[in-house]
Design a protein around this ligand. Sequence first.
Ligand code: ZN
Length: 299
Amino acid sequence: MSHSPLVHVLGPATRAYEQPTGGWFLNNAGWVVGGERTLLVDTLATEARTAALLEAVHADTGRPGHKILAAITHWHGDHAHGANQVVAAGGRIVTTAHTAQMIEAGPHLFEQVFAYDGWGDVTPPKINTMVSEPAHVSLGEVSVDILPVSWVAHTGGDLVVHVPSDGVLFTGDLVFVGVVPLVMAGTAAGWVQALDWLGTLEHQHLVPGHGPIQGADSTAIAELREYLSWLLDVTAVDSPDFAALDVQARERWGTWSEGERHAVNLLKTHADQHGTQIDVVALATAMVKQAGGPIKLDI
Ligand SMILES: [Zn+2]
């Protein structure tokens, strides 16, 4: 592994596990330590990365037997591939019904898009605990709120984790920082709506799905909202000039990594706004073309 994650102490109970910004499948995670159990927020893309994450959790709690409840923010493999290790260690997974269904249908390796063979064992577990309404979960001495999004945003079954006592908000992939967001499994319109809702949840620290941890003065939500609103604006017409828009996006958001996602985001948002279907193979092909061939992963 060529990238080292960072552990940030965000309050008495809450830790963020930050992986380097940029690169497919390099997501953030975190955990909240209670008196009785630990809530893990998301796992990582490979068997080895999740094993390292769980070691960091155990080193922090000092309680290897401490039971883990893992809240998975959405089904994408970077966040969900390690779920089997949580279950193997006697822990439980909690997520939305859509996410559970998608995880169980995986693992989603998208072999036509990514050239990679280092996943390890990412066989999905059976998931029995679903959340469809806001859930206040006690961990012993500290409580967290698991808040599902009831409409399609980044995916069809996103959730966020709020830790009011530490002022921490784990957004999953509802927030990307310094990385082009991926709209392929969701909709730009629903995502904008989710960002407006996120802004109402009080926090001092925001842990995005990808990119650096943010403070209370962060402009990350506003910047992402601006990008998604741009997607909606420019694809409102029947026949946009996709190639020109792709160039425009790469210039305007030139500091964000994974620029190949603009092409996909434009096609998907156009299809959503015009009630047309676009197939995943066409989207993946657009992305691979922009990336100059199958995307090589360095994870
Ligand atoms: Zn995602």
